[in-house]
Ligand binder design. Structure first.
Ligand SMILES: *Cc1c(COP(=O)(O)O)cnc(C)c1O
Length: 387
């Protein structure tokens, strides 16, 4: 793939990555002290911040959310033939990380209000081979975690939160990322807090802490060696190279340490879209996001659900003609080319299929100016769907 071409002046992108201020200073520190590999000062700072903020047992920064999901699959000892329930409306890694261990992904439909895994459909999907359920807090709004845990716990099914959208969101006053055995975070460029490419594994179940460090360090007990707990390190388990470089951790820490400001900015942008677009949306039959009262969003994205796929196509073109890039989102995983081997067919997840065709994400990024947001709102208000 080639690099993204630069945007013309005045163009409003869907996402724009932004520095928070201390990134270069911290990166220079890693270089000056000569600690640029992993597990150094900035990685530890990021991990401590995550552990203290959320009260998780352990946080490990890793190379991506995809890799954190792969670590979760290794930690659960997922074996060929095991089944893992994932929403069909998600990023490919939610499923692929488990498929890499030989699991069969079982695709669950989503709720039509929050677009999250529909907990009322779980019962019918569980079999004696079900090993894990992987809820995704879509757009940063919590899944119905009490109901999901009530189904999983008595059956010893692990709950792994794919919390790529949900960092700093809450469910019934509890932080997302603390509601299952493990949770995975993404610091990809498109996420609220970023270092370009990166992730974290949050561990809530002490059973997994030591082995997670080993898996992250190529299957060796190198972490114990550095703590002086063993006098040489060796190959003790399966593993891979999931350690984040401290150069990236330095970038990440510059963002994480100002998370309240980032979240406040995104919350304000989200609320402004939501209030300003209410009259136009109701006239045009456009649905805005629904946030249940017991959920505090992580303000990851602002989306609209349009009346039809044709309406979406014409609206995307209209916005583009005004220099605004709005984009759709996930295609149903159960209908993907790769998933055809498990026999997915149209109609299996009807809510996912309908939403996937009609959902549109608006430009939304930490440095979005009021003027840019005004332009997006005005461009939408100037648009009327053909009758
Ligand atoms: C972004 C994302 C991922 C993958 O994150 P990476 O850090 O790019 O691997 C996984 N799941 C969801 C729901 C995502 O949005």
């Amino acid at each position: 793939m080639s690099a993204t071409p630069p945007l013309p002046a005045g163009f409003i992108p869907f996402n724009r990555s932004a520095l928070q201020g201390s990134e270069l200073k911290y990166i220079l520190e890693t270089i000056t002290v000569g600690q640029i590999a992993g597990n150094q000062a900035f990685s530890l700072k990021c991990q401590t911040l995550l552990e203290q903020t959320f009260g998780v047992k352990r946080a490990l920064v890793v190379t991506s959310c995809t890799h954190a999901l792969e670590m979760a699959a290794l930690l659960l000892d997922i074996q060929p033939g095991d089944e893992v329930i994932v929403p069909s409306f998600t990023f490919v890694s939610t499923a692929n990380a488990f498929v890499l261990r030989g699991a069969k992904p079982v695709f669950c439909d989503i709720r039509s209000d929050t677009l999250n895994l529909d907990e009322t459909k779980l019962g019918a999907l569980i079999t004696p081979r079900t090993r894990a359920i992987v809820p995704v807090h879509y757009a940063g709004v919590a899944c119905e975690m009490d109901a999901i845990n009530a189904i999983a716990q008595p059956r010893s099914i692990a709950v792994i939160e794919d919390n790529a959208h949900g960092l700093f969101g809450k469910y019934k006053g509890r932080w997302l990322g603390t509601l299952g055995a493990l949770a995975t975070q993404s610091f990809h460029e498109t996420k609220n807090i970023t270092c370009g490419e990166g992730g974290a594994l949050l561990i809530n179940d002490l059973r997994y802490t030591e082995r997670a460090e080993i898996i992250r360090e190529k299957g060796t007990n190198r972490a114990r060696f550095f703590r002086g707990q063993v006098d040489k390190y060796s190959w003790v388990d399966l593993g891979s190279s999931y350690v984040m470089s401290d150069v990236l951790a330095a970038f990440l820490y510059a963002q994480l340490e100002v998370w309240p400001a980032i979240q406040a900015k995104r919350r304000a942008l989200w609320n402004r879209y939501h209030v300003a677009l209410a009259p136009w949306a109701s006239q045009q039959g456009v649905r805005r996001p629904i946030v249940p009262a017991h959920c505090e969003p992580a303000w990851h994205m602002y989306y609209l659900i349009l009346p039809s796929v044709e309406a979406r196509t014409t609206l995307i073109a209209h916005l583009k003609s005004m220099g605004i890039l709005a984009v759709f989102h996930y295609l149903p995983l159960h209908l993907s080319e790769y998933a055809s081997r498990w026999g997915g067919k149209p109609g299996d997840c009807p809510v996912t299929e309908g939403v996937s065709e009609r959902l549109l994400r608006l430009p939304f990024y930490n440095t979005m100016t009021p003027g840019e947001q005004d332009s997006v709102i005005a461009a939408l208000e100037s648009f009327h769907f053909p009758a």
